[in-house]
Design a protein around this ligand. Structure first.
Ligand code: NAP
Length: 269
């Protein structure tokens, strides 16, 4: 079991949603927090809330698509706290448009840069310190990193890339004491769908797919991530439907495609 007291954790995408909630949870458990995202005002408010729960917190404005920002994030953490016990790669953006309707192809680059390359850069600079502390690497992926989802092709590609990267790294790190946890949430009640990229590559407000019932609260999602971190698990696949889908993909992939089609596309047709 991992003890969080006085351990230093970096969370990217900590200005909102799951990252913000996880920061507050870890702070309540005595962890020292380093909060990274682009929105400095939001980060500072969350850092203040962490400090009020009796721990230390630092906000470092960071655009994870820039390797120099990710390097600076790690340098500031080590300068301020002296070590790194965990890195949570959580910063992410999404999309909602059928591939053939996309008008701005840079949408695919931007999603890859934030979700996948942002995780690669932060992990690269943090790894020497995580090896020293025998720390924990966390990747907030998605069920969309396990199977394809219509209208999310670029997002699914970025999350499959994360899964492949962190699965490979886990094997490379065998025997070093560094653990790698890949988290795959389903639908979570954050504002990610108010920033989702549309056909023209611009953010739009979509809300959940029509008739979507299985949406998890941020609190439940954060609690599950916290427990998986505490147990230093290798995988956390959320929801029973998500776990069933994972197995169906192996034994009846066409059936899974039909179920996903009915759930997503038939409502758009
Ligand atoms: N919500 C869901 O249903 C769901 C489901 C499965 C997986 N996930 C994954 O969970 C993670 C968190 O999602 P969320 O729902 O909490 O989303 P959210 O509320 O939209 O928060 C996204 C966070 O990412 C940050 N971010 C975006 N671009 C960034 C960049 N270039 N550099 C640094 N930070 C950046 C945002 O901060 P700034 O704008 O301040 O930079 C924000 O803090 C994502 O990786 C997402 O793919 C979410």
């Amino acid at each position: 079991m991992m003890d969080f007291i006085d351990k230093t954790f970096i969370i990217t995408g900590a200005s909102a949603g799951i990252g913000k909630a996880l920061a507050l949870k870890l702070a309540s458990q005595g962890a020292k927090l380093v909060l990274a995202a682009r929105n400095q005002d939001a980060l500072e408010k969350i850092a203040d809330a962490c400090i009020q729960s009796g721990t230390q917190a630092l906000s470092v404005p960071t655009d994870v698509t820039k390797p120099e920002d990710c390097c600076h994030l790690i340098e500031q953490t080590v300068k301020y706290f002296g070590s790194i016990d965990g890195l949570v790669n959580n910063a992410g953006i999404s999309m909602s448009v059928r591939f053939e309707e996309v008008k701005d192809l840079t949408l695919f680059e931007r999603i890859m840069q934030v979700n996948y390359l942002g995780s690669v850069y932060c992990t690269y600079y943090a790894l020497p310190y995580l090896k020293t502390s025998k720390g924990l690497l966390v990747a907030i992926s998605s069920l969309t990193g396990k199977t394809g989802i219509p209208t999310r092709s670029g997002y699914a590609a970025s999350k499959h890339a994360m899964q492949g990267f962190f699965d490979s790294l886990r094997i490379e790190l065998r025997g070093t004491g560094v653990d790698v946890l890949v988290v795959s949430p389903g639908f979570v009640a954050t504002d990610i769908r108010n920033r989702i990229l549309g056909a023209d590559g611009q953010p739009m407000v979509t809300g959940l797919p029509k008739g979507q019932k299985d949406i998890m609260s941020i609190e439940e999602c954060t609690e599950q991530i916290f427990r998986a971190m505490q147990e230093r698990k290798r995988e956390l696949v959320m929801t029973s439907q998500g776990r069933l889908g994972h197995w169906l993909k192996l034994i009846a992939p066409d059936l899974l495609d039909r179920i996903i089609y009915r759930k997503f596309l038939s409502k758009l047709d």
